[in-house]
Design a protein around this ligand. Structure first.
Ligand SMILES: [Mn+2]
Length: 381
């Protein structure tokens, strides 16, 4: 028995699902394919950091997508034929707080960054000036403060939003991205199952959240978003996150929680009865939501739209609810489905979309819900 236990303990660390790290080459390939469609100069700033920051800073997703670089203060400059990364100098004080960082003057900087050309940060303005002698247009994200600075510095240049160019690439997931999302999903499923085991009348919602977050951290992942644990009447609040209510038998809990692993997110919602059994009405609503989800998944294929005008998967789910259930006033349940059916997912839980029909290689969530305040029932799957 003792020997058996020792073997199990030895094996245990290796049975954890392993995180799929995106190789540096893939970031280089992404830049190469962006450069192919680039008719100007692209400028992207990575994340900055606050003073004495103790919260983990998420990388700016577009910058991360093209560089894989997470150290703050970096700048990316692309032209159709060139790639340059600009890094801040070493700062002993900063490195005392945050650990060693890479800098342009380091011998190994090319191998570490995957860039052949790495300059110190202060060279950015002069290098931008040089490449602009051969190009008219500047692409930069319109949602970042840099756009105003560029407009002031280059008043006679056409400045365009860089985001659609990058989003076009981000929408189609590579094999390693699919593996990363699958991994975050596997960890999230395990977290949901762990919380179901903990579930009992008299517990508080945050105790389910604790089990969920514990599972994420155990796997070296983090929360993709604040866990939503909405029991009873809180189940109808879409983005409820206080998680402080006592749960009781007879109620259902909407548990919307997922992990982010190696920068890729998942997004999973399940609705379960606190005491292990649905009431007849809860079960009825649950089966309508599940049926709508299955119908939408069956109709999911390239060319369809998730939401918007006309025939969309959201409309299909709503029609299913109308056809399969009624509220206390004899009206269809579709009107209680008050959000979009799903969204793109990847580096962000709500990955950006260009509102075009779905294409092969995209990853979307399908998560219908019915929220009837009058009956105190919220179900999302
Ligand atoms: Mn979602």
């Amino acid at each position: 028995m003792r020997r058996f236990l020792a073997v199990v303990l030895l094996l245990a660390p290796f049975t954890l699902p392993s995180a799929a790290k995106i190789p540096l080459d893939e970031f280089a390939l992404r830049r190469a394919s962006l450069r192919k469609s680039l008719d100007g100069v692209l400028v992207l700033f990575g994340q900055t950091e606050g003073r004495d920051e103790v919260f983990r800073v998420r990388p700016e997703p577009n910058f991360y997508y093209l560089t894989g670089w997470t150290q703050p203060g970096a700048v990316l400059l692309l032209t159709p034929t060139e790639e340059m990364l600009f890094l801040p100098h070493h700062d002993l004080r900063v490195e005392h707080f945050h650990g060693k960082r890479a800098s342009a003057e380091d011998a190994g900087v090319h191998a570490v960054t995957g860039f052949e050309v790495v300059f110190p940060r202060e060279k950015f303005e002069s290098e931008l000036g040089k490449v602009l002698s051969a190009h008219e247009k500047i692409y930069t994200p319109f949602d970042q403060p840099i756009v105003e600075k560029l407009k002031t510095a280059y008043p006679f240049r056409e400045i365009h939003d860089a985001v659609p160019l990058i989003v076009k690439l981000r929408l189609k997931k590579s094999a390693s991205e699919l593996a990363a999302i699958q991994h975050a999903t596997d960890v999230s499923l395990e977290a949901h199952r762990a919380s179901w085991k903990r579930m009992a009348a008299g517990l508080s919602e945050h105790q389910l959240a604790a089990r969920v977050v514990d599972t994420f951290l155990e796997h070296g992942c983090d929360v993709a978003y604040s866990p939503i644990v909405g029991s009873g009447p809180n189940g109808v609040v879409l983005h409820y996150s206080a998680n402080q209510r006592r749960m009781d038998n007879g109620e259902v809990v909407v548990l919307d929680a997922a992990a982010e692993c190696e920068s890729y997110a998942s997004d999973i919602t399940r609705t379960v009865p606190v005491g292990g059994k649905f009431s007849a009405r809860q079960r009825e609503i649950y089966l309508v939501v599940l049926g709508a989800q299955k119908a939408a998944i069956a109709a999911l294929k390239p060319g369809v739209r998730l939401s918007g005008e006309g025939d969309t998967l959201t409309k299909l789910a709503k029609d299913y609810m109308d056809a399969h259930g009624k509220d206390l006033h004899g009206e269809g349940l579709g009107k209680y489905f008050v959000h979009g059916l799903g969204h793109q997912i990847g580096l962000q839980v709500h990955d950006p979309s260009l509102n075009e029909p779905l294409e092969a290689g995209m990853v979307v969530t399908i998560e219908p819900g019915i929220y009837i305040e009058e009956e105190g029932i919220g179900v999302r799957i």
